[in-house]
Ligand binder design. Structure first.
Ligand SMILES: C[S@@+](CC[C@H](N)C(=O)[O-])C[C@H]1O[C@@H](n2cnc3c(N)ncnc32)[C@H](O)[C@@H]1O
Ligand SMILES: Nc1nc2[nH]cc(C(=O)O)c2c(=O)[nH]1
Ligand code: SF4
Ligand SMILES: [Mg+2]
Length: 244
């Protein structure tokens, strides 16, 4: 079963080496695999080219829709695995779009990469099939709050959040655009009892100035509530650029 990938440019799959820019592994040299398609539609998504195709009526702040043909590429599992291996990294971050929509094909692709450590960036709404789950070393779970524009009954699924809250491999990373968003995190914390030290708050933004401005008022809230803060290292280094 092939994989549907995002593209860095038409015909070029978004498979690249960079420093992990977010979460508990931030700063680590890793390989990235970005898949296309998503089951949600965050209005500030910085990878709308993976789901906001022509005809998709759901709002996105860019106001633009993307040509599906130019932004998707279908590749066989062995081909994807060899491109990842060629990057020479010991750790792979699988992201998207929502990568767990292609869990079966990912499991088969990883059979070609038996020794690589695997991190998944996920919106927390889709379960990895058992044959993929057994290969995952770390889940970076980013449940979407109201400011994303997704209905809560699509974005915050109790059985999935409960499963991740009790999974020692899972870390949580909430995107925060306004101080009031932290109240939503506190309500989720009260309901799901995320393990202490496992919750990151990350400013919403795709440029350094925005990230800095939000981090300035977010820092005292992290201190007050015992949350960790995640920056977005790649944005400071490369801006909002595909393949970085
Ligand atoms: C593009 S998503 C792909 C993986 C998965 N769909 C998810 O949302 O976790 C990767 C990460 O970027 C975050 N993200 C996307 N757009 C962002 C923005 N404008 N500001 C801050 N974080 C953003 C997501 O919350 C997620 O943690
Ligand atoms: N360098 C870098 N780090 C990242 N961490 C999570 C990312 C993502 O898009 O999932 C990402 C990304 O796009 N680039
Ligand atoms: S869930 Fe992730 S990929 Fe999907 S729209 Fe939201 S941020 Fe973008
Ligand atoms: Mg990114």
């Amino acid at each position: 079963m092939p994989l549907t990938l995002a593209t860095q440019s038409p015909g070029e799959p978004e498979i690249f080496a960079s420093l992990q820019g977010e979460g508990p592994s931030a700063g680590m040299p890793v390989a990235f695999l970005r898949l296309s398609r998503c089951n949600l539609a965050c209005q500030w998504c910085d990878t709308a080219y993976t789901w906001h195709f022509a005809g998709d009526e759901r709002p996105h702040r860019s106001g633009e829709t993307f040509d599906r043909k130019a932004n998707q590429l279908v590749l066989g599992e062995a081909d994807v695995a060899s491109r990842i291996a060629a990057l020479g990294q010991g750790r792979l971050v699988i992201t998207g779009g929502e990568p767990l929509l292609q869990g079966g094909a990912l499991a088969r692709m990883l059979e070609h990469l038996p020794d690589i450590a695997v991190e998944v960036e996920t919106n927390g709404t889709v379960a990895a099939p058992p044959r993929l789950d057994v290969r995952i070393d770390q889940y970076n779970v980013s449940p979407k709050l109201a400011h994303s524009g997704n209905p809560a009954d699509l974005a915050l699924l109790p059985e999935r959040l409960d499963a991740y809250a009790t999974d020692p491999r899972a870390w949580f990373k909430f995107v925060i655009a306004a101080p009031g968003d932290v109240d939503e995190v506190l309500a989720l914390q009260a309901r799901y009892r995320f393990r202490p030290g496992r919750v990151f708050l990350m400013p919403e933004g795709t440029d350094s100035a925005t990230l800095r401005a939000r981090a300035e008022w977010l820092a005292p809230l992290c201190l007050e509530h015992g949350f960790r803060m995640s920056d977005r290292l790649h944005i400071h280094l490369y801006g909002d650029t595909r393949g970085t």
